[in-house]
Design a protein around this ligand. Structure first.
Ligand code: G6P
Length: 591
């Protein structure tokens, strides 16, 4: 949520570097953008509403060796030019970009107003440069003033600041991510996420919670934000490549990432067998295993409840991470929490993890982003290895998460190799399924459905969470009202919504509930619904059928893929950009 990117170093085109780089963080927010450049001793600020991808980089060619940039997902204050970051002091000698929420900003603003400060925006961020200015009256050194100002801030934040007096960039973090790209003899890149600087360097340092950094472009110092004590860092090499983080020949990241599922299932399954067995033992021995995640990753956890039950006859408790707090009463040091997250930075997931840790429980993290906070702070970790996911709508991360969860369930049942074979076979069937004819077939269906206002999806067992996920996918990119239900729940309310020709997607499988879901679909048909079957078997009641390979207990993985494609084409057919759904951001680092 909100992207931050700054550069300081030898190069004299810092403006161009940060504008190009922040475009790679647009998935974090695209309400407005802004940049502050240090030019001949002054700070030049430019900001506006709209998307950073539409900004011409060539407008930022002034000579400057330090710049900070921001792409905003609005929290405090509407989407206006004044509310866009960077925010500055009145004299414009300090500029700050920020991700997160300053919870005590109203109190701070009132105090600062009394001291003569004037505020222009409605944001919480604007108090930060003014607070630093006030602190500089006591401690003129810029970095020390930033540190003292941070001591007065409450909330979760990442900030990046520059001033006219020192030749430094200063960053601090409590909660929201910041990563430093190190380009030897060339400078430092400070960003909310790695794709911002991937084309310059793959050597990184992570700024941990409660730390700050100061850099003049030739050296960098990490310290504890409170005590000022030095925090040494080692160089970490990232495996992601520039190509992985780019669109290539695809029109949108969403389609690219859907198609990457030809390979990502096999990559998710390629886990260290010893490590996965240790994890299965931890689950077996835990007194209470909990799963918590948000959004699409939460639907993977809901599906896991069925995987663990059907494959391993093992009970787990699943909750949305935002609802995890009341569960702490169940947690003991012998409990295990499994958190699932693509970004490894989602605020509610982090909070669930900290709650579990505070009770002495162990945490297993299943993440995509290597080096993310959740990945670094969990007791056990498994990477899904899907590569960077840039589209806001999660696709390949979900199927990778489910593949890892299925593999764990099989390991728990003492059948690791059987699980591996099933998933590799599923991956190879998905590879065959994702051919141009299949995509065309779904594109045609999207053309038929594009004017619809409502759409319902039903499923049972692991297809029930996939029905919920299908609704998320369709809603978020096409803005068609979509809702998912457990097949058996229809007659307890939702069936009242069905009218003649209402489109209903029916997720099926070759499993113990195969007959039940067909009888639920028949109830819809009797009320005039237009039935679209999705699964391995056709049925006379379906008006349309999207064939999906029979993947046994991995059916959820196979079934969600045609829906991802359908959601994508519905968005395109309705003239929406599927990569940038309105009001959403990919990485939700605020609660
Ligand atoms: C946002 C994204 C979703 C994602 C969810 C959880 O809502 O738009 O695609 O599923 O956050 O994110 P995480 O990174 O924790 O998986």
């Amino acid at each position: 949520m909100c992207g931050i990117f700054g550069y300081i170093g030898e190069r004299t085109n810092a403006g161009v570097i940060v504008i190009d780089g922040i475009k790679n963080l647009e998935y974090r927010g695209y309400d407005s953008w802004g940049i502050a450049q240090k030019h001949e001793g002054c700070i030049l600020v430019e900001k506006n509403i709209g998307k950073i991808s539409e900004v011409d980089t060539l407008n930022f060619q002034q000579r400057c060796s330090a710049a900070i940039a921001h792409t905003r997902w609005a929290t405090h204050g509407g989407v206006t030019q004044t509310n866009a970051h960077p925010h500055t002091t009145t004299k414009r000698h300090i500029a700050v970009v920020h991700n997160g929420i300053i919870e005590n900003y109203e109190v701070l603003r009132e105090e600062l107003k009394k001291r003569g400060h004037t505020f222009l925006s409605e944001t919480d961020t604007e108090v930060i440069p003014h607070l630093i200015e006030e602190e500089q009256k006591i401690t003129p050194d810029f970095a020390s003033a930033v540190r003292s100002a941070c001591h007065k801030l409450e909330g979760r934040y990442a900030i990046l600041a520059m001033d006219t007096s020192s030749n430094t960039l200063v960053a601090a973090r409590t909660g929201s991510p910041l990563i430093v790209g190190v380009a030897k003899n060339d400078g430092y890149f400070i960003a909310s996420d790695i794709p911002a600087f991937l084309e310059h360097t793959r050597t990184v340092h992570y700024l941990d919670d409660g730390e700050m950094l100061v850099t003049d472009g030739s050296s960098i110092l990490f310290t504890d934000l409170k005590s000022g004590e030095e925090r040494p860092k080692r160089n970490i090499e990232i495996t992601w490549t520039v190509e992985q983080a780019q669109k290539g020949n695809f029109d949108h990241f969403m389609l690219k990432e859907i198609m990457e599922q030809k390979e990502t299932i096999a990559r998710a399954v390629n886990q260290n067998e010893e490590q996965i067995s240790v994890i299965a033992d931890a689950i077996r021995n835990a007194q209470g295993t909990f799963l918590a995640a948000c959004g699409t990753a939460h639907k993977a956890c809901m599906a896991a409840e069925y995987f663990f039950s059907v494959i391993a006859e093992h009970h787990v408790n699943v909750t949305s991470a935002g609802e995890f707090k009341p569960y702490h009463h169940f947690l003991k040091p012998e409990s295990l929490l499994i958190v699932v997250s693509q970004s490894g930075e989602t605020a509610d997931v982090l909070e669930a993890m900290y709650i579990a840790k505070s009770k002495g429980a162990k945490v297993l993290a299943i993440v995509n982003s290597e080096g993310s906070t959740i990945h670094r702070e969990a007791d056990y970790t498994l990477l899904i290895n899907a590569g960077p996911e840039r589209a806001v709508a999660s696709t390949k991360a979900l199927t990778g998460q489910m593949a890892v969860l299925i593999l764990i369930a099989y390991t728990l049942a003492g059948k690791l190799h059987e699980g591996k074979m099933l998933l590799l076979e599923t991956g190879s069937m998905i590879n065959d399924m994702l051919n141009p004819r299949y995509l065309e077939r779904i594109e045609k269906l999207a053309q038929k459905l594009k004017e619809e206002e409502d759409c319902y999806i039903i499923g049972k067992s692991w297809n029930y969470p996939m029905a919920l996920e299908s609704a998320i996918k369709i809603q978020e990119v096409s803005y068609i009202h979509a809702e998912g239900f457990a097949g058996g729940e229809l007659k307890h309310g939702p069936i009242a919504l069905i009218e003649e020709e209402t489109p209903c997607l029916v997720l099926t499988g070759n499993d113990e509930v195969a007959i039940d879901i067909i009888s639920n679909a028949t109830e819809l048909k009797a009320r005039g619904a237009l039935l679209i079957g999705i699964g391995p078997k056709n049925n006379d009641i379906f008006d349309e059928w999207l064939k999906v390979p029979d993947a046994g207990p991995a059916q959820a993985i196979a079934n969600i893929i045609p829906i991802q494609i359908l959601a994508y084409y519905l968005a395109v057919e309705r003239g929406k950009n599927p990569d940038m759904p309105r009001n959403l951001a990919k990485s939700v680092t605020v609660k």
